[in-house]
Design a protein around this ligand. Sequence first.
Ligand code: GUN
Length: 299
Amino acid sequence: MADVIDGKQVAASVIDEVKAAASALETETALKTGLAVVIVGDDPASHTYVAAKSRMAKECGFNSIQHTLPAETTQEELASLVASLNADPKVNGILVQLPLPKHLNSDAIIQSILPEKDVDGLHVVNAGKLATGDLATGLISCTPAGAMLFVRRTHGEDLSGLNAVVIGRSNLFGKPMAQLLLNANATVTIAHSRTKDLPSVARNADILVAAVGRPEMVRADWVKPGATVIDVGINRIDAPERGEGKSRLVGDVAFAECAEVASVITPVPGGVGPMTIAMLMANTVIAAYRAAGKVAPKF
Ligand code: GUN
């Protein structure tokens, strides 16, 4: 049976480091780290996520500001809020929760955030810095940064000689994850829905990362014995065994059977999920240090 990574515990250790860093910055410079979270509309899941982000920012000792805008907000109104947050020196990080209501152009909004305040790591400047290996001045998207922290804690900083396979090629996760693995010297394959014989490609992986959004797609015979398996999927499926109308969360990996083959595996829930918020806090305190002209902590 594989070692199961406890994402909550790793996230809690990152949060402790963030709190210490924010408090040291405040002591040294009297500057409080500030995070602004913007949500537009009434999507209940998004409200839950945003509330958790705002709450955690407070817990980290940040100046936590939430802007809750109605679903009818116009592109101009949202753009003008982002412009005012860009100009506000008390705000170090800006997060606009996605998805935005359909009438809004999210890419234009995300790209209008100052790259140095883009704590989601979604701005093309931050994506470009990651792609060129400039990890020192850019901000890295939170979920890949969290998944990479698990990889580093398992294999160390240097992945020379290891094969990594990322299943999924999204801008939000697959591409930045592959860049992080490559920066750490892994030999990286990005696989996706058009890949020929996905199971045999996956079986080549010492580090297998699944981010496809298909419940339990990765089976035991896709996993190389002894591999590290990182599951980034969060899928809600029916669970009639729990009672009528009940559901449960599963990842992209068939956990129980893959845990018999892998040496390290992340669960869903409780794996990569808790890391996303922790890395958002880490990015925010990094942005605050840089804004203050100080050397930022590493996570
Ligand atoms: N919606 C779901 N995940 C995310 C995320 O990481 N960032 C933003 N901005 N919105 C999201």
